[in-house]
Ligand binder design. Structure first.
Ligand code: ADP
Ligand code: ASP
Ligand code: MG
Length: 473
């Protein structure tokens, strides 16, 4: 028995034409595999719009969410009207769209009255896009003669209750997947599962974090013991840089799990960072492919890095960050400052992307998302009130608008001179480096630069260090 799990991202169902293309790909692969499971994201832009509706409603704006509901209705109606025959499932699908978007408006109305949106409410709202797109895709497949059924992942993926960033509970999920999906597969039905969402053991909807549909595909691939997991997107695979920043970026044919993990962690949106864990653990091959260029093989993610000495394979950037510095001349003598600083940060639930060694030993610096800065600084100031009062710590401050630029490649491990080439490239580009860190996995080097310099830094490293290193293998 061969099993394939395929995920279509938001851009792969972003228009009626894209939906049709995704459906063609599903039908083609359905001929080739015994079991095929499809995971689908919301149409591109829909999750952002849903979240914006909730946030504006919470901030006292009673209008915007209505306008968003109208836009979303128009975009889904257009897909349904274009894709589904009037004498087929068109009208029942339009009713589905109405049902979920009426639900959206009702949720936003409550949020507006309450004046706040809890993470739990946000998940109920942001999960709606996937619920609609899965139903549309399943109906399109049925219209083409396939047996297909939309399945809400709330029935499959059991998670903890960390709303907006829930972690799957794999044993419980495995049991649900085999109870719910296996019978469908045995009957030759293609399940179209909502990406991104899950539910707690009590059935409360959760989401797996932004970009989480990749994770859904990986979890299902793991639970079904799939032979392969494919994620379909709008570029030819994982590339040497974000093609929107670097137009001459090239596809990387093969990448190791650790390399892609590093890339994803440092902002290459093409794969969700946690996706690779379940597939690594099972050794399941993962491919990233282009819905709009399906004959291109794409990128294959493999277990072990290919030895391509002294190569940097890709460069990426992550934006929206700030560097927080705790500094003071009296810090050196005081034990436990670092531990207390980071436990104060953790207490606010902020994730630290990078810890950097400052030029002197009299400070601790770390990078966090900008929105986490005010609570984090407050938490550190509370924790260090005594030291601040005594003057052991002078101040806790942040530098905003910084970007982490990361060069990734397993061939960097133990290869001298890579850092020098990167710094040389940036020097020639006149780009000031604020801080540097080497990834503990030794397959990445990260630099902090100001946001205004980020695109230049990426292009500079791409042209001098990646393209100049000769063809990728
Ligand atoms: P999807 O809707 O398929 O999940 P995403 O928008 O999440 O798509 O991810 C695909 C996008 O990731 C591409 O359109 C591309 O602009 C961006 N991207 C960033 N870095 C890279 C990279 N190194 N390789 C490929 N794509 C990248
Ligand atoms: N629709 C969700 C998001 O925009 C999940 C995904 O696209 O993977 O974050
Ligand atoms: Mg994505």
């Amino acid at each position: 028995m061969t099993t394939l799990t395929m995920k279509f991202g938001g851009t792969s169902v972003g228009s009626p034409e894209a939906f049709a293309q995704a459906a063609n790909i599903v039908l083609e692969q359905a001929q080739k595999w015994d079991h095929l499971v499809v995971v689908v994201s919301a149409m591109s832009g829909v999750t952002d719009a849903l979240i914006r509706g909730a946030l504006t409603a919470a901030s006292g704006d009673g209008q915007t969410y209505h306008a968003i509901a109208t836009d979303l209705r128009a975009c889904h109606y257009r897909a349904v009207d274009t894709l589904l025959e009037p004498d087929g499932e068109r009208s029942s699908l339009l009713a589905v769209v109405d049902e979920y978007l009426d639900g959206f408006a009702a949720f936003c109305h409550s949020v507006h009255i309450l004046g706040e949106v809890t993470p739990r409410a946000m998940d109920a709202i942001s999960s709606l896009g996937e619920r609609i797109s899965a139903r549309i895709l399943a109906a399109v497949l049925r219209q083409q003669g396939a047996h297909s059924e939309a399945v809400d992942a709330t029935e499959l993926i059991v998670t903890d209750d960390t709303f907006q960033n829930a972690a799957p509970l794999l044993e419980a999920t495995r049991a649900r997947v085999s109870a719910r999906l296996a019978p469908l597969l045995d009957e030759g039905i293609i399940p179209v599962v909502t990406g991104f969402i899950g539910a707690t053991e009590d059935g409360v909807t959760t989401t797996l974090g932004r970009g989480g549909s990749d994770y859904t595909a990986a979890i299902l691939g793991d639970c079904l013991d799939a032979d392969e997991v494919w994620t379909w997107t709008d570029v030819d695979g994982v590339m040497t840089a974000d093609p929107r920043i670097v137009p001459d970026a090239r596809v990387i044919p093969v990448l190791s799990y650790s390399e892609v993990g590093e890339l994803a962690y440092f902002g290459a949106k093409v794969l969700h960072p946690r996706t690779i864990r379940p597939v690594i653990e099972r050794g399941i091959p993962l491919w990233v492919k282009n819905t709009f260029n399906p004959t291109c093989p794409g990128t294959r993610i493999v277990h072990e890095p290919e030895s391509a000495p002294s190569t940097v394979k890709a460069v990426t950037a992550i934006k929206g960050l700030s560097m927080v510095t705790v500094e003071g001349r009296g810090m050196m003598g005081v034990p436990g400052i670092a531990a207390r600083t980071f436990s104060a940060v953790a207490g606010r639930g902020a994730s630290v992307l990078m810890i950097v060694q400052a030029s002197s030993e009299q400070s601790i610096c770390f990078i966090i998302p900008t929105e986490a800065v005010p609570p984090v600084i407050r938490a550190i100031e509370e924790e260090m009130a005594l030291e601040l009062g005594r003057g052991d710590i002078d101040r806790v401050w942040s530098l905003d608008d910084v970007v982490i630029v990361t060069a990734v490649g397993a061939g960097m491990r133990g290869t001298p001179g890579i850092a020098a080439r990167i710094f040389g490239a940036l020097g020639r580009g006149n780009i000031n480096i604020i801080a540097i860190a080497q990834g503990s996995s030794e397959c990445s080097i990260s630099l902090v630069v100001m946001a205004d310099d980020a695109a230049d830094a990426v292009r500079q490293i791409h042209s001098e260090v990646i393209l100049n290193a000769g063809p990728e293998t």
